[in-house]
Design a protein. Structure first.
Length: 417
C-alpha cells in the first residue's frame, strides 16, 4: 500500500515538473487567445489619430521597405489583403506591392523593424489578429507574440512601425476597415481621386499660387491642393462674423449689429467689416480664430488699410463652412444667420456660376488686385458639398475668375450630379 502511494506521488510530481519546465510558447498562447478573423482586403487604421493608417513607406514596391503610419490617401500601398495561413495565423499582403508584412530578420526583440518582404513560409510573415475590445485589434507576431507598435506612440506621417511588448496603448491598437465597406460608404472614392487629378491639372494651367479644398459632407471625405496660408481678401469677413457672434454669446456686447453683419457678408461691405473689427477688437478676433483651431488664418489689418495682408487657408475656410452647415459655428443661431446671409450673396460670378441654374449655393468671395477667392456650399443632387478655391499672385484676375468657375463646374460634374 505504501509503495503504491509513493509511486502515485512520484508520478504526480513528475507531471508538475513537466508542465513547469515546458510552458506554452508565447506564439501558441497568442493563437489560443486569437479568434477567427475574416479574410479580405482592408485599410488598417491606427487608434493614434483620425484617418491615420498603416502604409508602405514612400509607396515602395521594393523588398525591405518599412511600414509607417500616415494619412489615408486611398492608395494601394495603404490596403492589405488578410489571408489565413492555418493554425490561427494570417499573412498580411500589401495590394500595391504584393509583398507580405514581415519582421526584419525574424527578430523577436523590442523595436524590431516591420517591413514588407517577398512572400515566404517563414514565421516572420505570420500574424495573429487579437481583439482588444471596441472594434480594435492587436496584430501579433507568430515568433514572439509581441504586437505591432507605432514608435513612440506618435501620429505624425512617416512614424515607423515596430515590434514591442504588449502595453495596451493606442500605439498597438488597429481597426480593420474592409475596402468594400469603404466603397459603399464613400462610393465616390474613385470619383474623388479623379476629381483631384482634374482640379490639379486645371489649377496647373494658371499663373500664380493656387489652393483648393473640396469636402463631401455625406462622407467627410475630400481632396485638397497646396494647403497653406493664402491672402484672404474678403474671406476674412467670415471669421469676423464668427468673432462677433462669439462676443454676443459671451455677453461682452449686445446683438445690436445684425444688419452690419448682413451687409458685410451679403454685399462684402468693407466699412461694415471695419465697424465690427472696432467693436469686437482685433486682438479678440484673432483669439477667437486661434481658439477655433484655424491655424492658418489671421486678421492683421482692417479692410483696405495698409500693412501686412490678412490670410487664411482653403482647409480653414472649408472647416468653417462645414461648421456653419452643421449649426456648430459658435451656436446654432449664429450658424443660421451666417448661412442665411451666404445664401443671399450678391457676388455669384465664380463658384455659383459653375453649377447648373437652379442649384442652391451659399458663398463668400474675396478679391484684391492679385487675388481671386471663393468659398461655397453647393447643394448637389447627392447632398451638399463644400468647395473653397484660393488664388494669389495671379497675373490676370479675369482669367483667374474663369478658372474658378471651370473648377466649380468640374467639381459639380464629379460629385454634384
Amino acid at each position: 500500500m505504501m509503495n503504491s502511494l509513493k509511486r502515485i506521488l512520484t508520478l504526480f510530481l513528475a507531471l508538475i515538473l513537466t508542465v513547469s519546465v515546458n510552458p506554452v510558447p508565447a506564439e501558441a498562447a497568442a493563437v489560443q487567445n486569437a479568434s477567427a478573423f475574416p479574410e479580405g482586403t482592408y485599410v488598417i487604421e491606427s487608434a493614434l489619430g483620425k484617418n491615420k493608417v498603416l502604409t508602405v513607406e514612400k509607396s515602395s514596391k521594393q523588398k525591405r521597405a518599412g511600414l509607417v503610419i500616415s494619412t489615408n490617401k486611398n492608395t494601394k500601398f495603404q490596403t492589405f489583403k488578410i489571408k489565413s495561413a492555418g493554425k490561427g495565423y494570417y499573412t498580411i499582403t500589401c495590394t500595391g506591392s504584393s509583398m507580405n508584412v514581415d519582421v526584419q530578420g525574424g527578430s523577436s526583440a523590442d523595436r524590431a523593424r516591420i517591413q514588407q518582404f517577398m512572400p515566404n513560409s517563414a514565421k516572420a510573415q505570420k500574424w495573429t489578429i487579437r481583439s482588444c475590445g471596441s472594434g480594435w485589434y492587436n496584430i501579433c507576431s507568430s515568433i514572439s507574440g509581441k504586437p505591432i507598435d507605432i514608435k513612440g506612440g506618435k501620429s505624425a506621417d512617416g512614424t515607423p512601425a515596430q515590434l514591442f511588448k504588449a502595453n495596451k496603448g493606442k500605439a498597438q491598437k488597429f481597426r480593420f476597415v474592409k475596402v468594400e465597406s469603404l466603397k459603399k460608404s464613400n462610393a465616390s472614392g474613385t470619383g474623388l481621386a479623379a476629381l483631384k487629378k482634374s482640379l490639379d491639372a486645371r489649377a496647373g494651367k494658371e499663373s500664380g499660387i493656387w489652393s483648393y479644398c473640396v469636402i463631401q459632407t455625406s462622407s467627410g471625405k475630400g481632396v485638397s491642393l497646396n494647403d497653406r496660408k493664402m491672402t484672404a481678401a474678403s474671406l476674412i469677413k467670415l471669421y469676423v462674423a464668427g468673432a462677433y457672434y462669439q462676443a454676443v454669446k459671451d455677453g461682452r456686447i449686445r446683438n445690436d449689429y445684425e444688419n452690419t453683419v448682413r451687409n458685410m457678408i451679403v454685399y462684402s461691405d468693407n466699412e461694415a467689416c471695419n465697424k465690427l473689427i472696432d467693436l469686437v477688437g482685433m486682438k479678440n478676433i484673432n483669439q477667437f480664430i486661434q481658439n477655433k483651431g484655424f491655424s492658418k488664418t489671421r486678421l492683421n489689418r482692417k479692410m483696405l488699410a495698409k500693412g501686412e495682408e490678412n490670410y487664411t487657408s482653403a482647409k480653414d475656410c472649408a472647416r468653417l463652412l462645414q461648421a456653419v452647415l452643421n449649426g456648430k459655428f459658435v451656436s446654432s443661431g449664429a450658424s443660421a444667420s451666417i448661412l442665411k446671409y451666404l445664401k443671399a450673396q450678391t457676388r455669384t460670378g465664380k463658384i455659383p456660376a459653375g453649377v447648373p441654374s437652379g442649384v442652391k449655393t451659399a458663398n463668400k468671395t474675396g478679391e484684391l488686385a492679385y487675388t481671386e477667392n471663393d468659398a461655397a456650399i453647393v447643394w448637389g443632387k447627392k447632398g451638399p458639398y463644400i468647395i473653397v478655391i484660393l488664388s494669389d499672385q495671379v497675373g490676370a484676375p479675369g482669367k483667374a475668375r474663369t478658372a474658378i468657375t471651370n473648377m466649380s463646374r468640374i467639381t459639380y460634374d464629379a460629385i454634384g450630379k
